[in-house]
Structures are given as C-alpha cells and as structure tokens.
Design a binder for this molecule. Sequence first.
Ligand code: PBG
Length: 325
Amino acid sequence: MKFPVTRMRRLRRLPGLRDMVAETTLQPSDFIMPYFVRHGTGVRNAIGSMPGNFQMSVDVLVEECQALVRTGVNSIILFGIPAQKDAQGSEAYADDGIIQQAVRALAAKVPGLVICTDVCLCEYTDHGHCGVVRNCDVDNDATLELLERMAVSHANAGAHVVAPSDMMDGRIGSIRAALDRTGQPDTVIMAYSAKYASSFYGPFRDAAESPPQFGDRRGYQMDLRNAREALREVQLDLDEGADIVMVKPALAYLDIIAAVRAHCQAPVAAYNVSGEFSMVKAAAARGWIDERKTALEILYGIRRAGADLILTYWAKDAATWLREG
Ligand code: PBG
C-alpha cells in the first residue's frame, strides 16, 4: 500500500504511540558494569582516560556496588590491579589476590549482585601479555593451565560468572573441565568469543595498567577484517561449554553482533569498550555532543543489532537516565 494510504508518520505522532511500536527495549538488567579494583582501603583513584570511572579498593567497591544495585543494574564485571606483576601473573590465581578478596567481600555484602570476573593474565604479567611468553610469543597450551587456576580461584571465592578474555585456543574447554573437576559445575562461563585486536581498548589499558610491554595482541586476538572467523570462534566456544558468548568491541562490530545473534540461540553479550565510551565523554566535555542522548543511542543500537547483554561503563548512568525517561 502506497502513499497516501500509507503514512509512516502516523505512528510517530505521539510519544505514547512511539513507545507502543518501539521494537527494541533497554533496561538496567541488560547491563553489566565494569569495575577496577586494587589493594588498599579508602582508595578511589580517578581514571584519567575514562572520566567518571575509578580504581577502587574493596571497601569502596562494596559501597559502589550497593549503590549500583539500587539503580536496577544487578551485574558487574571485575578487573584487578595486582600488588606485584611477574612473568607468570601469579596474583591472578592467588587465594588472597585482589579479585579473590573483592569477590568474597561482594558475595557477603551485596545480596542479589551477579559477580562476573574477567579471566585474563595481562593485568598480572610484567610483560603485559595475556599468557605465558616464550620466545617473544604467547605459549597457548602453557597458558591454559594458569587460566584454569585463575577461573577456579574466582569461582571458589564466589564468582558466579567467569569471563575468559585471553583468546587462547581451547580455553573454554579447559576452564569448563577444571570448574567441573573442582566442584563448580554451576559456574557460568561468559566467553569473550569474538574479541578483536582493537585500538578501542586504549583507555582501558591505562585504567588496568595492562598495556603489552612489547609487540601487540594480534597473535591471539582477532583480525578486524574478519567476520566469518567470528562465527567459528563462537561455535568452538559453544561446543566447549560456553554459556554466554561475547562480541568485543561493539560499535565498529555491529555486523558481527547481528551475525552471531543469527548464528546461535545462546545469550549474546556485547562489550561497549573503553574507547567507545571515552570518545563520547571527550566530545561531550567540549560541548560537541550530548552525552546522555548519544550514550542511549549507542546502547539501543547495540541491542538492536542483537545483543541480549551489554557490558558498558554507562551501566549505572544509563539505568538512571532510563528511569528518568
Ligand atoms: C583483558 C581485557 C581487555 C579489555 C577487557 N579485558 C584489554 C585488552 O585485551 O587489551 C578491554 C576492555 C575495554 O577496552 O573496555 N585482556
């Protein structure tokens, strides 16, 4: 039916009509808020590259999470800044490591909070790579054992979801087996399945103090020119036991989110990464862009592409904005 019978503007005329026919929803429970935790007490260090985000000590993090759940966001993902870095990333799987301490405190003090932990060695190694380095390269199979130990120690501390972000081959299978073997069959694995080697991680590496000290991550993270390869990664992770699959970054990869959504029935998460956040913050600070409207447009776009869950530094603010309408 053509114009004038069909008038697309009819359904756009009133706010109520627009809401009735809106195809995409966004709610606080769709979000996972990333937090950075470090040793000490009373620590709340502003992260210069990510305005509004902080490196926090466990006590401050607990208060922050209590405030977060009041906004309706009920999930967080934790990144740790260790006291010491070494070649093997030992604090990553230490019982009294910073993440293990944080998880124990949150599990005890913030009921209802779903605690996810990032499982990757780059914040803990002195060379800044995501695994064991041999001859200037990350040794895949030697890294798996350390990732298993890291995931198991997070689960033992009380993490509900472990999220391997290292991109080693076979890690989901080995972590699943290790969790099952150690009495943690119910720990969820959210796999960073299609994680690209991206410039958009720049601000995060400042925040987590984790830039590689030589080379880059292109030997293990995905080549940004590839899309079909993402589906192979997703399928492998699902076959190995992933419960949730993730695409990262989100904005330059909306096609990948849509393809993954079409490819599988599992929940799909997308990581709206640091660079995507900071570039809006920077433009907003100069008055070039409206942060609130732009952020919500981005988050709706990621949902429309097919993501069920969004990891985003806007989680807390967006929950408040959505409530305010
Ligand atoms: C750890 C990890 C990174 C991010 C999440 N987990 C950094 C990287 O791979 O270099 C990036 C998150 C962001 O940019 O917001 N490997």
